[in-house]
Structures are given as structure tokens and as C-alpha cells.
Design a protein. Structure first.
Lengths: 194, 204
């Protein structure tokens, strides 16, 4: 019989890999390494924590909702100041505004919001999505301040998305600490029950 | 010492004032910058949601079981906005009703994207937290999410009927079926909550 958890693991890995492939093709290698790397770290952390013991939504769902809310707000800043074309310029890729909006403002948020519903029902894929987001925010967002303006060269300057990039990072770090604490408590409880 | 802090517990009626102030301010700003049509489109659902909230979940909190429907409403709104963006909603609206968009009023793609799928849905998601924590403001947002879903779903059909040049497809019609269905279902759920004194907010 098929282990459904293994099926979910396969789905999560497929999602991450196909997203990375799409991102490399559209935006270029550098942003794909930053975001794709975060996604793969997210899968690993998910596998070692809430993959088998899903997180308690009462503890983590509000933090996740605030994180994706701040992320949408951040995307708004990126869009208004032409993040996509600037990244394309930086990488020599052809990432247009339309491609940026399709992928970052519409396609991915569908999965992020579905992740919130999955988390509510303690579904493994909802838990995978929360790790994607938290790790992505914690490791990917600082690139707006520490990588992109420096790689562009010249005097340190504004890069689209800079002003709103650190706020989802705060809630993501908070969320990860809650996830790990919750997982440790839950696994201790389960061990004691055995 | 604790009794001093009790003064900082936000009374429920302060939420009503806060929501009213937000609606008035946003409607005036909307009228100045984006014109009467967009303001009515957003303002009417906001007021209807306020009235429905005041007669229902203002007095008692909705249960957690409505949370997936709330988030589902945000999800289908995003899908509808994607359709609207793909088929040039702002441009079509300007062409169909030019009388509402004469200078200095501006409603273009950038404004549509910033207000509806980005800032708007960001606000809905942030305040979903308040709903999950069973706060009065979150209960208003649940009403707004469902009433807005209905308005957002029906408006493309209304525009298709009223536009100059005959009835034809208007961006958002396909997604509008989904948002209307989910909005009606959500309103039904909120109206059918059985009042239980233990489910109240705890203080008036």
C-alpha cells in the first residue's frame, strides 16, 4: 500500500524542483539559487519536523497568515518599483513584468493561501508550504538589502522591495521557533505515551 | 495594578468606530483618486458587511470552523483578480464607462493590481488572524470577505449588461461565479451561527 506521507513528500519535492526550473528559466540563476535553495532547505526542515507530526494550527496559523500578508505587501512594493525587470537586467535574463506578476503575484500566492487551509486541517502539504515560506522569508528576503544592491554595483542604493523585505522575515523567524518548539513538545508527548 | 490595565482592553464599540472611520476615509480617498464607480464597488459591500456584522457576530464570535471558508474566499478572489488582470480589467472598465474616469481620476492596471490583489488581499489575510483569534474586528472582516466576494463576483456581470456597445464578456465573469458561490455560502454560514453565551467575546 502506498504511504500517503511519501506521496506528499514527492509532491513537495516536485513542486520545489519545478518552481526552481521555472525560476531559472525566467529570472536567472542567482535569484533561483536564493529562493530555490530556501525551498529545498524548507523541504529538509519539514521532513525532520512536521512531516510526520503536523503543527498545531492554533499556535502557528496566525503567524503564517501575517507572514503571507506581509509578503503580499512586499510583492506590491516589488511590482510598483519594477523588481522583475531589474532582476532581469542584473542576470541578463528576460524576466518581464508580466512574467513576474503571473508567477509571483498570482501563481505562487494560490499555493501560499492553500497552504493556510492545509495548515488549518493539519495536512502535511500545508506544513510543507509553511516551511517553504518561513525559510524563504528568513533566507531569501535579506537579499534585497545584502545582495541585489551590491551586485548591481555603484554606491549602495535602493533596490525594489527593499523597504518591506525585513518584516516578513521577523514573523518567519518567530514562526520557525514556534514550529520547532511545538514539534519538540509533541514528539516528547508521543514518546511518553508509547 | 491589573485593574489599571483593564482600561486598555479595547471595548467592542471602539471597533465599530474604527471600521466606520476606515470606511469613510477610504471612500473619500477612493472617490478623489479612483472615482465614483470604484468607490461604490468597494464602499457598498463595506457598509453592508458592517450592518450584517452589527446584527450578528458583533454580539458573539463566529466559530473556528468558518476559517477555511474565509481563507477560501480570499483564494477565489485572487483567482478572479488573476482573470481580471489577464483580460485588462482596468482598461475595459475605462472604455466601458468613460464618464466615471475623466481626469483627474485614474484607474489603471497598476492601481487595480496594487489595491485589489495585493493590498486588499494582504489586509484580508492579516485580519484573518483576528478572526482566528475570535476578535470583533476579525468577525467584521469575515463578513466583508464574503459580502465582497459576492459584490466582486456579480459586478462583472453588471458591467457586461450596462456597458456601452452591447452585452459581451467582461473580465472577471468566470472567476465571479466562484466568488459569488463562496460568498453566498459564507454569508449563510455566518447567519446560521447558533448564539451561545459561552461563545461571546467576554466583555461588552
Amino acid at each position: 500500500m502506498l504511504d500517503t506521507n511519501k506521496l506528499y513528500l514527492g509532491i513537495a519535492i516536485t513542486f520545489a524542483v519545478s518552481f526552481i526550473a521555472m525560476f531559472v528559466q525566467q529570472a536567472g540563476v542567482m535569484p533561483a539559487i536564493i529562493i530555490g535553495g530556501s525551498m529545498l532547505v524548507g523541504v529538509v526542515l519539514w521532513f525532520f519536523t512536521t512531516y510526520r507530526i503536523p503543527a498545531n494550527p492554533k499556535r502557528v496559523l496566525p503567524i503564517y497568515l501575517i507572514t503571507i500578508s506581509l509578503l503580499l505587501f512586499h510583492i506590491c512594493e516589488e511590482y510598483l518599483f519594477a523588481f522583475g525587470p531589474r532582476i532581469a537586467q542584473l542576470n541578463g535574463s528576460t524576466w518581464s513584468e508580466v512574467e513576474f506578476l503571473t508567477l509571483i503575484a498570482f501563481y505562487l500566492p494560490v499555493f501560499w493561501i492553500m497552504g493556510a487551509i492545509g495548515l488549518y486541517f493539519r495536512h502535511p502539504l500545508g506544513n510543507a508550504m509553511i516551511w517553504f515560506i518561513f525559510v524563504g522569508m528568513a533566507f531569501g528576503e535579506p537579499a534585497h538589502l545584502l545582495v541585489f544592491p551590491i551586485v548591481e554595483g555603484g554606491r549602495y542604493h535602493y533596490f525594489p522591495g527593499m523597504w518591506s523585505s525585513l518584516f516578513p522575515l521577523v514573523t518567519a523567524i518567530w514562526g520557525m521557533s514556534v514550529l520547532i518548539k511545538d514539534y519538540r513538545e509533541e514528539s516528547k508527548l508521543r514518546t511518553a505515551e508509547k | 495594578m491589573n485593574s489599571n490595565y483593564e482600561y486598555l482592553d479595547v471595548p467592542r464599540w471602539v471597533n465599530v468606530l474604527f471600521i466606520l472611520s476606515s470606511i469613510i476615509t477610504l471612500c473619500i480617498a477612493g472617490f478623489i483618486y479612483t472615482g465614483a464607480l470604484i468607490t461604490l464597488l468597494v464602499g457598498i459591500p463595506a457598509v453592508v458587511a458592517l450592518l450584517l456584522w452589527l446584527t450578528t457576530t458583533y454580539h458573539y464570535s463566529a466559530p473556528h470552523s468558518i476559517m477555511p471558508w474565509y481563507i477560501g474566499a480570499v483564494l477565489v478572489l485572487l483567482i478572479q483578480h488573476a482573470e481580471q488582470w489577464h483580460f485588462n480589467y482596468a482598461e475595459q472598465l475605462n472604455a466601458a464607462f468613460p464618464q466615471f474616469f475623466s481626469a483627474p481620476v485614474v484607474f489603471n492596471e497598476a492601481i487595480f493590481l496594487s489595491i485589489f490583489p495585493m493590498a486588499g488581499l494582504s489586509l484580508f489575510l492579516a485580519l484573518a488572524t483576528s478572526f482566528y483569534l475570535r476578535r470583533p474586528l476579525g468577525n467584521y472582516m469575515a463578513w466583508l470577505a464574503f459580502v465582497w466576494s459576492i459584490a466582486s463576483g456579480l459586478s462583472p456581470f453588471m458591467f457586461a449588461l450596462l456597458q456601452s456597445g452591447g452585452v459581451s464578456y467582461f473580465p472577471g465573469m468566470l472567476g465571479g461565479i466562484l466568488t459569488t458561490a463562496l460568498g453566498v455560502w459564507g454569508c449563510k454560514l455566518l447567519l446560521n451561527i447558533k448564539y451561545n453565551v459561552n461563545e461571546g467575546y467576554g466583555h461588552a
